[in-house]
Design a binder for this molecule. Structure first.
Ligand code: CA
Length: 613
């Protein structure tokens, strides 16, 4: 709506040859009454730096006008501390030519405290929008965009999925029992190829039109909320796409690292925390570019920092999202990211942010969590980090024979004994797989062993942390990263009209898929709103007789998991576990049968019990 009005008002100025043309305004609008009263308004247009700037508003104060080395930019810093909701004019004067850019300050429809972040009470469901469901075939190809075809047989091509496809299946997701949807990036990726994954943003304020519109995303978030689902948006501050106007016609060379010259990152982000690392390696890891077409933003440039911080706050305020997943978190500047988290949480105290901390040990991951003693005196202010080491262990633990001193479930026990390194273990994002890893089953034929999945899912949904599932896990989709990243992101069967099978329905799923789906749905719905898991303590026991036992407890209620990590039957002595077994018998939630808790307990090979007290 604003864009139309804006174009209409600007267009007549185009008739004057020397009058400036404003092509971009970022943010496109803002709100009165935000906690932080300062706003940066970036104006992009032909030689607009030659203009004098005034504002038509009495209560919006123009504090600073900053020119860049590129005359096509002007950065305005305004003070909104006294500003009421309004539309004012930014007046650009060049000689006798005048262009006015209307700028809207909306009234807030939220107060900041009303936005509830995701917590350990939630389960996230990760969706790659291009690959989940095609709700609107009309937007598959958008004329004028650089990648303007779909090819469902191409693993790196666009397949046509979109926000409407997600909206169409909100009931499916709510019924499945997940409580939060995390979408891979939906911002515009107008890149010549590989645009389907969304990690090369070309406009931070615009939903990619092949996925939908900004209004559609806002409506999707509202619909999700009505169905009890939270929404997490993916954001990327480390880099943007090389077709972004900010790179193609950069304000100044120091908007990007290495003075805007392509220098490849080493991907070795351990050097950020490595007390022995050389400056050369540390700089290459964080300032090097992710790829040649993903230039690395310079967060030490205050204008870049402000631009990115505002873009995140804009989406929270606009769409009411509940969380952000920040891509490649350790590749960005530590102090900038810390400032960003602090500012977002100042504005929205209950919000949550998870950083992609793809590091191979709990020591390194923990460094990035808010209040880490390892990072002190610095503080990342990042509430949630990703437990990648646990992912690796879970992908081994349910295949191997467990012994009391190693292998199988011992790996999980041993890893959790080290949780003291984390400032907040309950706020770790835990997952079997995601869009960048092999799926939990690498090959379809392996899914015949569903016990492996059942044990893994039980553990994932009952141990500490915030579980995340990857779309298609519930129907045991399999994929191996060695066959290409696109294969990890296959279409959800039934998401496209005419698909051979529709796995959104029981009739469309195979017997094996229905068994996995029903089990997943049952556990997720049990977990939903269950404070024993969402808020409870974790007490676990060392492996005894190849069996792992742990308790989740909140107030008077508890749940105890007993898991046989062996392909052999086991008989365990219950004496060591008395402090978590408050009754002589209990119901196993998984089978529905009553389990007698006498001196001994017999378990079938790989049997799991979920006892509720
Ligand atoms: Ca579509």
């Amino acid at each position: 709506m604003f864009i139309i009005m804006f174009s209409f008002l600007i267009w007549p100025a185009h008739l004057f040859a020397s009058a400036p043309i404003v092509k971009k305004v970022a943010p496109t609008f803002w709100w009165a009454g935000m906690k932080n009263p300062e706003l940066q308004i970036l104006l992009y247009g032909d030689r607009i730096a030659a203009c004098d700037v005034t504002l038509s508003s009495r209560d919006v104060e123009l504090k600073e006008v900053v020119k860049q080395t590129n005359p096509n930019y002007l950065l305005l810093y305004v003070d909104l501390s006294e500003a009421a909701p309004q539309t004012f004019d930014i007046v650009l004067k060049k000689g006798k030519k005048v262009v006015t850019v209307p700028y809207e300050l909306k009234a807030r429809s939220r107060n900041g405290n009303d936005i509830e972040g995701f917590t350990a009470s939630d389960v996230l469901y990760l969706i790659m929008p291009d690959r989940f469901a095609n709700g609107n075939p009309d937007n598959d190809v958008v004329p004028g965009m650089l990648e303007n075809k779909v090819d469902r047989n191409g693993q790196y091509a666009r397949h046509g999925g979109d926000l409407k496809g997600v909206a169409d299946h909100l009931d499916y997701l709510a019924d499945l029992g997940v409580t939060t949807i995390w979408l891979n990036p939906i911002q515009e990726n107008d890149m010549p190829d590989g645009s389907y994954h969304g990690y090369a943003i070309t406009d931070y304020y615009q939903v990619d039109r092949r996925l939908g519109s900004n209004e559609e995303f806002k409506a999707l978030a509202e619909q999700a909320h009505q169905k009890g689902l939270k929404v997490v948006m993916d954001m990327i501050f480390n880099h943007c796409g090389s077709e972004n106007y900010l790179f193609k016609d950069k304000p100044s060379t120091d908007w990007f690292n290495f003075k805007s010259h392509y220098t490849q990152t080493s991907f070795k982000t351990a050097s950020v925390q490595d007390i022995h690392a050389s400056e050369y390696e540390r700089r290459l890891a964080t300032d090097g570019w992710f790829t040649q077409v993903m230039p690395d933003l310079n967060h030490r440039n205050r204008h870049v920092a402000r631009y990115l911080i505002q873009s995140s706050i804009w989406w929270i305020e606009y769409a009411g999202i509940n969380g952000i997943r920040q891509d490649t978190h350790p590749y960005a500047d530590f102090d900038f990211m810390s400032q960003w988290c602090r500012e977002v949480l100042d504005e929205y105290p209950r919000f949550n942010i998870v950083g992609e901390t793809w590091l191979n040990s709990n020591v390194l991951v923990s460094f990035w969590q808010k209040d880490s003693r390892l990072a002190a005196p610095r503080n990342s202010n990042l509430p949630t980090v990703m437990d990648f080491p646990l992912t690796d262990l879970m992908n081994k633990a349910f295949d191997e024979e467990t012994t009391d001193w190693g292998g199988g479930l011992y790996r999980l026990y041993d890893y959790l004994t080290q949780d003291l390194v984390y400032p907040n273990p309950m706020s770790l994002l835990i997952f079997l797989d995601n869009h960048d890893t092999s799926r939990f089953y690498k090959k379809a034929e392996d899914t015949a062993n569903l016990t492996r999945y059942k044990q893994a899912l039980l553990f994932l949904l009952t141990t500490r942390g915030i579980p995340q599932l990857y779309y298609g896990t519930e129907i045991v989709m399999a994929a191996d990263k060695s066959e290409g990243d696109g294969m990890l992101r296959r279409d959800f069967p039934g998401g496209w009209s005419g698909d051979k099978s529709d796995c959104f329905t029981a009739e469309g799923r195979s017997d094996l898929q229905n068994e996995a789906f029903d089990y997943t749905r049952k556990l997720l719905n049990w977990r939903k709103g269950n404070d024993v898991i969402g808020k409870g303590s974790l007490t676990h026991f060392s492996i005894m007789s190849n069996v792992y036992v742990y308790e989740r407890k909140y107030g008077e209620h508890s749940a105890v998991v007993i898991m046989n990590g062996s392909d052999e039957p086991q008989e365990i002595n219950l004496t060591p576990y008395r402090e978590v077994l408050p009754a002589a018998s209990a119901t196993d939630f998984l089978s529905g049968r009553t389990v007698e808790l006498g001196e001994k307990l017999s378990l079938e090979p790989r049997e799991s019990l979920l006892l509720c007290f």
